[in-house]
Design a protein around this ligand. Structure first.
Ligand SMILES: Nc1ncnc2c1ncn2[C@@H]1O[C@H](COP(=O)(O)OP(=O)(O)OP(=O)(O)O)[C@@H](O)[C@H]1O
Ligand SMILES: [Mg+2]
Length: 571
């Protein structure tokens, strides 16, 4: 018999009325609201927020919202009917208008402050007040926490207008950047890489904002024109949106004893993080100090695995600051990211990012974020010598764990039982000298070619190759022979299918996305939806048509094009 008091998720959620009873705002009982925040959420002007974990903020709806797309796989996982995404009250809520949501949904959302460390160094100057009290969710506003099928999800609008942390900016996101994030999140999930997820995407038919961008075909490093672009709101979903930078904000306050509750607020945030993101790994009944040590160990394991996965699939985050590093260990903030075409350890699409956030430097950038994370936890272990020593050991052990994860990842990509350094070093050299397409190369290799014919499909044939093609081909043949000799312990079929589960066939290359958001800006969403379909099955062979269109080298004329090969901002 069904217990009528037990909150069962209906088999299918068809209306906002079905979703409303699943809302759970209990975090408001444990976390602190900014004491100066206006309860009605009419708090949109930039100001300093001195304490509290969140500020109540009412989103600013976009005018005349139109449905663009929704995360179909996520909808299925949540038990949402596809039709829900286009139903009036759902569209209204997720395009920023909370004024008419059914109870017990609330008509005020919330935004959070966070601190910033860049490559492990604490920064304050990005805050308009130079104190760190005005930095945080400048255009991200959460509107709901809900427990759906036993799992808790926070739903966060991006581009829903100003918050106290907007730093004088408009709080909007343009369609271009919203499309990029929307597609990338579901692609990453399908690639098997932990990430925030995409719920929905709505665009305004009438409201536009001006942003610096690149003229058609521009090769300029920095944007060379101002363009008017439609504003959009995408909603992303995760168990929480707590960032390493958020822990740092509260830790800095505790360290400096900025207010009497600073230490308590840090502890509450850390316990909240554990509850939302680590409840399966950390026993609730432990004391805080014990939990903190376990948290550091588990986050280290997730972060190293995450970054190894990024490299496996050819993803460069671009701006891996501590405020873009989710404390739950998943990918967050798809701003100046990119998926690699040509293998280049220094690949970095963001012109403001520098080499420290480049493709193969991501393990080091992660290490810096991990150090910021551990430093933020340290005040909670004051005078606990033994726990502090453990934390230090966990911190200093990061490079070793990272290296193990990377070696395992390269071994998997190559279908080897164990990492072979000499083979790998030879390969990396050859890939760079030949200039190969990262995705095509590993996928062709996964078909276990008899000779180098098939893998030549992945060659861009740069200058070094062109100077001695036969010589380099011979080296490839020798490499392939050596590689094969190391893979002979497994049956061919088993090896190939296993490699194809690790090496994607389709990747969300920027030059696929550009025409999709351009057409979307003109009201045509067909290409965007096609990309969504293709990129949510990245390991599948798919049809011949799809293969022709999406499994190929980047056309040479598209290299070095502003807005596609590189971008200075992404908002
Ligand atoms: N148009 C804008 N209006 C207000 N604040 C903004 C705007 N664009 C960026 N910000 C804020 O500037 C900071 C740095 O921006 P960044 O590009 O890392 O983040 P983002 O893409 O907005 O957000 P997130 O990290 O939440 O995905 C963030 O705190 C962000 O909220
Ligand atoms: Mg960010």
């Amino acid at each position: 018999m069904i217990n009528r008091h037990h909150r069962e998720t209906p088999t299918t959620i068809r209306t906002l009325d079905d979703l409303a009873p699943l809302a759970d705002y209990s975090f408001m009982d444990t976390l602190h609201s900014d004491p100066e925040g206006k309860a009605n959420g009419a708090d949109h002007a930039p100001r300093q927020v001195f304490s509290g974990h969140y500020v109540p903020v009412k989103p600013t709806p976009i005018e005349n919202p139109e449905y663009v797309s929704h995360g179909k796989n996520l909808f299925r996982e949540l038990g949402f009917a596809d039709s829900l995404a286009q139903s009036d009250d759902f569209v209204r809520m997720f395009s920023g208008d909370l004024s008419r949501v059914p109870e017990p949904l609330r008509n005020v959302g919330w935004a959070c402050g966070y601190a910033l460390s860049i490559y492990g160094n604490e920064f304050y100057q990005q805050c308009p007040f130079q104190t760190g009290n005005g930095y945080g969710d400048g255009r991200a506003i959460s509107v709901l926490e809900a427990v759906i099928n036993g799992q808790r999800w926070e739903m966060q609008l991006k581009g829903a207008g100003r918050t106290p942390y907007c730093r004088g900016a408009d709080g909007r996101a343009v369609l271009r950047s919203s499309v990029r994030e929307f597609l990338a999140q579901e692609h990453m999930h399908a690639l098997g890489v932990p990430t925030s997820r995409s719920l929905s995407l709505y665009v305004s038919k009438t409201e536009q904002v001006r942003r610096p961008w690149y003229s058609e075909g521009s090769r300029s490093i920095d944007p060379d024109i101002l363009v008017s672009e439609p504003v959009a709101i995408s909603t992303r979903v995760a168990p929480s949106f707590i960032r390493v930078g958020q822990l740092e904000l509260f830790s800095r306050r505790a360290r400096k004893e900025e207010h009497p509750q600073a230490m308590e607020e840090l502890e509450k945030l850390v316990l909240h993080l554990i509850d939302r993101e680590y409840s399966d790994d950390i026993d609730r009944s432990l004391a805080t100090a014990e939990k903190v040590v376990l948290l550091a160990r588990e986050f280290r394991s997730r972060l190293t695995s995450l970054v190894a996965n990024w490299i496996r699939v050819g993803y460069c985050q671009g701006n891996f600051n501590s405020d873009n590093c989710a404390a739950g260990g998943f990918t967050l903030d798809y701003g100046p990211f990119g998926f690699i075409d040509l293998f280049d350890p220094q690949y970095q699409p963001w012109t403001g990012g520098g080499a420290h956030f480049s493709f193969l430097n991501q393990p080091l950038a992660a290490e810096r974020n991990f150090y910021s994370f551990c430093s933020a936890l340290r005040p909670l272990l004051t005078a606990r010598e033994d726990d502090l020593r453990q934390l230090d050991e966990i911190q200093s052990g990061f490079p070793k764990v990272m290296q193990e994860q990377l070696e395992k990842m390269w071994a998997d990509k190559l279908g080897l039982e164990a990492f072979d350094e000499a083979l790998f070093v030879d390969l990396a050299k050859l890939m760079m000298q030949t200039t190969v397409d990262y995705i095509l190369f590993f996928r062709e290799l996964s078909s276990l070619p008899d000779d180098i014919g098939p893998i030549k499909k992945s060659f861009y044939k740069g200058r070094t190759y062109a100077a001695d093609p036969d010589g380099i081909d011979r080296r490839w043949s020798a490499w392939l022979t050596k590689w094969k000799s190391l893979t002979q312990t497994r049956s061919r079929e088993e090896l190939s299918s296993q490699m194809k589960r690790v090496n994607p066939k389709y990747s969300l290359r920027e030059w696929f996305v550009v025409p999709a958001y351009q057409q979307a800006a003109a009201g045509d969403y067909a290409l965007l939806r096609e990309l969504q379909e293709v990129m949510t099955q990245p390991y599948a062979e798919q049809t011949e048509d799809v293969e022709k269109k999406y499994y190929r080298l980047k056309p040479l004329e598209l290299f070095n094009v502003g807005g596609s090969s590189h971008y200075s901002c992404s908002s």
